[in-house]
Structure formats: C-alpha cells, structure tokens
Write a protein that binds this ligand. Structure first.
Ligand code: PHE
Ligand code: ZN
Length: 875
C-alpha cells in the first residue's frame, strides 16, 4: 500500500540530485496487452551533490521489474530493493551503465499518465511525473539527458512509430512487425519525453525558418479526420512566424510533430519536437467547431510551440518553479492572441477568466503563491494561479520595463540559461540586469498568495488645478508591500483625456501613466488639471488586484461612455452591472422590487447604437458579469438570488431594446465562406449576444426565431449559440433541437461533448435529474476526460444547481469524484475543486458541503490527488 497520508514536498528542502543521467537508451516492445521497456542509462554521481555516498534512488510506479543490471552484471535480489515508488541500489559506483527491464499493460492505464492506450494507439504523457510510469528513472526536471528510443510494434495496428527528435533508422521485423529508431539531439528533462505508436492520418508541410533552415511540420490525427487538421497547421505556422518576429526565436529542429489524441488529461503537452494534444485543441471544421474553439486551438498550438524556448530550451529546476515556464508561456500566448485578434477583447477575456477562476482560487483553501512553497501532489498545482496569475506577474514586469528592455531581458535570459534548468529568480535577475529596473518589490509577487486590494481616492483642488490620488494596498498578511504598476488616466468632463503632469515633472506627457505603487500608501499629485476629472484607474488591468476606486455611479457611466482605454470602458460597465445586480439581490431578499437605473440602461443603449464600430467589443460590453464572479463579491453568496437578479436585469435590458436586438441580429450576419478571423467572429459574437438577450424574454416569438436560427445555421458557432439558448428554455423547441443535434453529430466526439455540456449547464429546474440520466446515455464514458468534463465538471461549475440548497448537487458530485478517482485521480481531483468555495455559502449549504466532502475523504483507497484537495477544503 502507498502511504495514505503522503508528506508535503517543500521548496526549502530542495537539494541537487545525487546522480546525473547523461544518456537514456530505450527499447520499447509493444505486444498484446503488454509493453516491455528495456532501458540503458549512463549514470554518474553529481559533483554538485551534497553527499558523495548517497544510494541510487530511482522513481518508478505501476511497473513490474523484470531485471536490473549494472555495467552488464545482473543484480541479485539482495543488491537492490523495490517498493511502490522506488528502486534503491545502496552501493553504486561513481559512473556506470544501468540497465533495467520493466513491463506493464498500457491498456489497463486509465490514469492517462505514462504510456497509455487510446482509441487509435498508444500515447505518452510524462509531465509532471509520468516518466516514472514508463521506466525507473530520476524523474525530476534538473536531470537532463540525451534520449535514443527504438519502438517495435505490429505494422497493421501501429503504422506510425514516433518519438522526440529525428528518425534515424527503421525496418521490418518478423510477424508483421516493424520498428523505428529516434534520436533527440537536445538533452532534456524526462517530463518532455514522448512516444506514440498508433494508426493516424498525417498532414505535413515544409517550413523555412527566418534564417533559412528547412523544417518538416506534421500534424497527426485520427484516421478520417484530416479535413479537421488544417487550421492547427495554419496556426502552427503563424505562431512560428510570430515568435521569430517578436522574440527572434526560431525552431531548432528538423521536424516538429503534433499528435492529437481523444483521451488526454489536459489541453496539450509541449514534448520536445513531438507535441501531444487533446483533440479539442486540434480538430476543427466550420460545421464542427465554434469561433471560440478556433481561438482556443490557435492559442494552444501557439502556447505549446512557444514552450520550445520557454520551457524546453530553458526549463525548470524543480516543480515549484512551474510558473517559470507556464506564466511566461501564457504571457507569450496572450500577446500572440492580442496581435492576431483584437487586443482589447483578448484582454477582457483574459481578465474575465482570471476573476472567474484565479481570484476564487486565491481566496479559497487551495490558495498558493505563483511559486508555491509546498505541495503533496504536483498535479494539483497546474492551476490558474501558476498559469494565469503567473502570466500577470510577467505582464507587470513587461509594463514596468517597456517593450524594448523586456526583449533585452528575454535575450539575456536565453543567453545565460540556454540548456539549463533554472528558477524564477534567474528569470527576474535577467530582466533586472538587462533593464536596470529594480524588481525587488515585484519579486515579492512570487511568494505571496491572495489577491491584493488596492484602494484609490482622488481629491480635486480647483484653486490649485491639482488632482491628488491617494492609493493604498493591502494583502492582509503582513510583509513588505508589493510593487504594483498602476496605469492611470484622467478623463475630463468633456470625455477627453487630460494630459498628465505629475508634480515635479518638467512637462505634461501622455494621457496614461504607470504609477509605481511600492508603499502601503502613497500619494500622487497631478497638476495642470483644468477641470474635475474622473480617474480611470488600473487601465488595461495593469495588475491582478481587486480595485476599490471609490467612484460614483455617475463617474462609472462617464467612463463607460468615454474612457479612451477600452478595457476600462468595459470595466466601468461591469462594475455598474455588478452594483445593480447585488443591490437587486438585497431587494429580492427583502421582497422589494429590483431597480435598474436609467443612466445605466441608456449607456447600454449607446453601446448598441455604436456597436458597428467594433462588434466584438460591443458583445463583451453586453455580457453581464458571470454568476461565479458575482458570488465572490458577496459576504455570504446567495446563488439563487444572484441568478434571479441577473436574469431580471438581462430581461429588462432585452425588453427595453427588443427592436434594436432584433435589428442587430438581422444586421450583423456574415456572408461568404466561414472564417474564424476576428472580424467575422466579432460580428457573430454580437449577433449571438443579441439572440441571447432576445431569449432572455423567452416568449414564443423569441423561441421561434431561435429555433429557425438553429435550423438555418451553417457553422457551429451559430448552431451552438442557438442550441444553448434553447437548452435554457422550457419550450418544446428544446427537445426537438437537442434530438436533431445528437442525430446529426453522434459520430463526432467533440461535438457530442457540446451536446452533453449544453444540457449539464442548463438553467432549467431538474438539471440534476437530466445529468443523472445522461450518465446512463450510451455515449457517456467516465474514462474519457473530455466526456467526463462535458457532464460532470460542467455541472459542478453551475452556480444554481451545484449549489442547490437541498445539497443534492453536492452529494451527486461527491459520488462522482469517488467513482472517477478509481479511474483517473487527476480528473477526479479537478472535479473535487468545485467544492473550493463551500465556506462562502450559508450554514445550510455549508452543512451539506461538509457532509459531501467528508464522504469523499472517507472513501477507500482515495488518491493523494483528491486527498490533498479535500483535506485542504476541510482543514
Ligand atoms: N505543460 C502543459 C502546458 O501547459 C500542460 C500539461 C501539464 C499537460 C501536465 C499535461 C500534463 O502546456
Ligand atoms: Zn504550458
């Protein structure tokens, strides 16, 4: 048995590895229900190790050890020990060859970590600690080795045999079998290892890098789906050009492969030269994928490609440094998306996600700094904090340094650390050294959990023509203040930005200024301010904080209409809508009518009237704050009241502007062949936002229009917009549309996921019953992560039904966590995270949630993944 209460791993306990492994030679033999892996490792003692007499300890899990030898001599049983997690050899020479033979059944591997079977063959996933499920190894990222891999398998079932690097030989074997040998010229950590033995279709293209190097780009997909691979290939080429142009970074390989697999725990994986992707982030055709799917594919293909430099060429010393590669690579994919689509819309969407996922995480039991200082199960730390808040930290560095110095910092980072496994401090040091900007206060962001609050109050002195801004920060845990870049502007009464001159400046310059907030409280005095301004604070969301700007509704309406910063124009509308909904919640609870201020409704009317200037941006402005984000703003969250108040606000806007929404729906059509570009997608997004408002009225006219749209739609974006509206409506059209949809798409797995998701996230009463019956649907499969997520994680993300006052939602999800944990602990643990915010609810709900959490905790054989999440939630 594995330890039921595994100990936490601590950052401060880091020590260099006792041994290094210079090369790895793997021979992989695939047979019916069995893989046999023969490894030959060139091992030597690490000169940097603390103690020169340590035993050799190799990681290994779920492996059957057949034999082990040192320098060609088989070890006798007394010379080594094996337990659930390790192979230990007490007496090891200074340098030697270690050979081991292990066996296991990849078809029995439902954890999808290590080497596992999916429909079309065998695939690997090694980050963070999957390589130890393939062979015994020192499975940590600061052990970097050169890999050679030979794969043997049946030719018919596994025509493609792939591994990292270049194919150097191949051949036929007895019994309809074949083999292929691969060599990766770059030393790499084990988490970047990959191999594939599968039957796949291939799309390939040549590429010439900026410096003239030729490369072969390949996208492998399920047989018959080559018509869904083109956009991923297109995205890959765009991303390669972008990285050359913006960061001067080129592909360093002769061949770059992407393989799509239908069973995958995450989005995708940046294995050196052989990226493995969830099909969700590769496959797309206009009739199967939405604009948002296309956007996601573009972003994730770019993200994984960008890792080749930020992650692979320079990697992490240990897993506490995960944000070194993830925060930086997310920042890079965000910038790529901003350049390829609309910068303002991209920023709005990123911030909305940050608030919906990262802020609650940072306020709950799983809160941790972007560089955590302890973990039990590293898989639990692939979080919104490490990724998205980590990207915000990089963005703050970018904001403080400016574009050119930031680029110099990146260049210096690569110059110093190419080929190394390094820390977040190494990164910030390179940034500081290249720019001369003091990053001491910024570095503190790496070690502090929680979302800082920033309070700002402005005072206008008419006589002195001065505007004084007093700004404070707090994180409620002591420690020195953070360095917070606060981008501000001053909007005049005429709606025009006032040129900014801080007291002491020689002259006014620009209309947006990044203030350096480094103290707990600071004052900034702007002079030559000729009229009382409205301060536009935290422009572009220049820091991941909660802002209390002290603005009145009138100030916000002013910003909503005039702010030159599009993010803050959007933000003002969100803050106003939040105030209205939260006041509505109180009114509803007191049995009073909910009030919707005319000024706000009129400002919404102005958005609609000027929508054609930027339809995508208008659609963002029309989207009301998510229920999850609203819940975070209440002392005790009331999901039913939030849902009702939000629904009423939406309906009131819809009724007021019904004709305009109908007009927008008719006007913003897109003609010509489908394209997911920002312009076309933006028009569809406004059009479908309008449909959403009309369906908030949910009368027979609206339903008929939506059903007609459902049948007329030629692309998946419009189809899903209509279907999602109908899934939230009790009309007869609902079942008709859902039935038609399933019939049409039952053989397209990613589309069937959409069908499940639309039902699992429905607002209608009885959604839980529906979800329970979906589990019995022949197409449901708990072992497929995408399918499980489409039903279970989707349901657990709903505000109203998961948090149902009778506790049924909690009980149901708890049962599913336990069932899923037996199959795939990583996916189960993600589902368990739905309980994170249970203490934000009333006593009745809390009692139900506690009971549900305790029932998970007491389940037999619980994984350390779920154990850590539930333990922290209850602890
Ligand atoms: N490293 C991957 C990425 O962010 C994510 C991942 C982590 C995938 C762990 C699989 C397993 O690009
Ligand atoms: Zn990543």
């Amino acid at each position: 048995m594995r330890d039921p209460n595994p100990k936490a791993v601590l950052l401060r306990d880091y020590t260099p590895p006792a041994f290094l492994i210079d090369s790895v030679d793997l021979d992989v033999d695939v047979r019916e229900k069995q893989a046999t892996i023969r490894s030959r490792l060139a091992v030597r003692r690490n000169p940097a190790a603390k103690d020169a007499a340590q035993p050799l300890v190799l990681d290994g899990r779920h492996l059957e050890l057949v034999s082990v030898a040192i320098d060609g001599r088989a070890l006798a049983p007394g010379e080594y020990t094996v337990d659930e997690d390790h192979l230990r050899i007490a007496e090891a020479p200074a340098a030697f060859t270690l050979e081991a033979v292990v066996r296991f059944d990849p078809w029995a591997n439902t954890r999808l970590e290590g080497f596992y079977a999916s429909k079309d063959g065998l695939f690997t996933q090694c980050e963070a600690q999957g390589f130890r499920c393939i062979t015994y190894f020192i499975d940590r990222p600061d052990v970097m080795s050169r890999y050679t891999v030979t794969l043997h398998a049946g030719r018919e079932r596994f025509p493609h045999l792939l591994a990292n690097g270049n194919q150097v030989a191949k051949g036929e074997e007895d019994g309809e079998r074949h083999w292929a040998k691969w060599e990766d010229p770059f030393p790499k950590p084990s988490y970047l290892f990959a191999m594939v033995a599968a039957k796949l279709d291939l799309l390939e293209e040549g590429f010439v890098t900026r410096s003239g190097r030729k490369a072969l780009l390949q996208v492998y997909v399920e047989p018959g789906k080559i018509d869904q691979a083109g956009f991923a290939m297109h995205a890959l080429k765009k991303a390669m050009r972008w990285d050359e142009a913006v960061f001067g970074l080129e592909l360093d390989l002769e061949r770059f492969m992407i393989v799509a697999v239908g069973d995958f725990n995450m989005g995708a994986m940046e294995n050196k030269g052989l990226n493995i992707f969830n099909t969700k982030y590769i496959l797309a055709r206009p009739d199967t994928a939405t604009d948002y799917d296309y956007y996601g594919i573009d972003k994730v293909v770019a993200h994984e490609y960008f890792h080749n430099w930020t992650g692979n060429r320079v990697t992490c010393r240990d897993w506490f440094q995960l944000t070194l590669k993830e925060g930086l690579t997310v920042f890079r994919d965000q910038e790529y998306s901003a350049d390829e689509y609309s910068r303002a819309v991209a920023r709005i969407q990123d911030v909305r996600d940050l608030r919906a996922y990262q802020f609650p995480e940072d306020a709950g039991p799983m809160a941790h700094p972007v560089r955590p200082d302890s973990y039990v199960e590293i898989n639990n730390f692939y979080t919104a904090t490490v990724y998205e808040k980590g990207a915000e930290v990089i963005r703050m560095i970018y904001t403080l340094l400016g574009r050119e110095p930031f680029r110099k910092g990146m260049d210096l980072y690569f110059e110093r650390h190419d080929g190394q496994a390094v820390t977040c401090d190494d990164f910030t040091q390179a940034m500081q050294d290249a720019s001369g900007v003091d990053l001491s206060g910024l570095r503190r962001w790496y070690s502090r959990a929680g979302t800082p609050r920033v309070t700002a109050r402005g005072v206008y002195d008419e006589a002195a023509q001065a505007f004084t801004l007093t700004v404070g920060q707090s994180l409620g845990q002591g420690g020195e203040p953070l360095h917070i870049p606060l981008a501000v502007g001053l909007v005049g009464p005429d709606g025009v930005d006032i040129p900014l001159r801080l007291e002491g400046d020689a002259a006014a310059s620009g209309t947006t200024r990044v203030l350096d907030l480094r103290e707990a409280e600071q004052q900034f005095r702007f002079v030559e301010v000729t009229a009382r301004p409205v301060p536009s604070l935290l422009r572009g969301f220049s820091a991941p904080v909660v802002l209390d700007g002290g603005l009145t509704d009138a100030d916000l309406t002013h910003l909503m209409t005039h702010d030159s910063d599009p993010f803050n124009r959007w933000e003002a509308g969100q803050v106003l809508a939040t105030r209205i909904i939260l006041a509505g919640v109180e009114a509803l609870k007191a049995g009073k009518p909910m009030e919707v201020p005319t000024a706000y409704v009129e400002a919404v009317g102005r958005i609609l009237a000027s929508a054609s200037r930027d339809p995508a941006f208008a659609a963002e402005c029309l989207a009301l704050p998510d229920e999850a984000i609203l819940a975070e703003q209440m002392e005790v969250a009331d999901p039913d009241a939030i849902h009702e108040a939000r629904r009423r606000l939406k309906r009131e806007i819809a009724e007021r502007y019904r004709t305009r929404f109908e007009g927008a729906f008719r006007h913003f059509t897109v003609t010509g062949p489908y394209s997911p570009d920002a312009n076309a997608a933006g028009r569809r997004s406004l059009r479908n936002a309008s449909l959403g408002y009309l369906m908030a009225i949910d009368d027979s006219t609206a339903r008929a229009l939506t059903f007609l749209e459902y049948r007329r739609a030629e692309n998946m974006t419009d189809t899903m917009a209509a279907l999602e509206c109908l899934a939230n409506s009790a009309g007869a059209e609902r079942e008709r549309a859902l039935g038609m949809f399933y019939e049409k798409w039952k053989d397209e797995a990613l589309v069937v996921d959409k069908w499940f998701r639309a039902q699992a996230t429905s607002d209608l009463p009885k959604t839980l019953d529906r979800v329970k019956s979906l589990l019995a649907h022949p197409a449901f499969d708990l072992r497929n992560p995408n399918r499980a997520r489409a039903v279970l994680h989707a349901f657990a993300g709903t505000a109203v039904h998961f948090h149902a006052a009778d506790g049924e939602g909690y009980r149901f999800v708890a049962e599913q966590v336990v069932a899923l944990d037996r199959i795939n602990p990583q996916i189960a643990s993600r589902l368990a995270r739905a309980f994170d915010r249970w203490k934000k609810y009333d006593a009745g709900r809390q009692a139900h949630a506690r009971g549900a959490l305790e029932s998970i905790r007491s389940a037999e054989g619980l994984s350390s993944d779920v154990g850590e999440v539930v333990g922290r939630a209850l602890g």
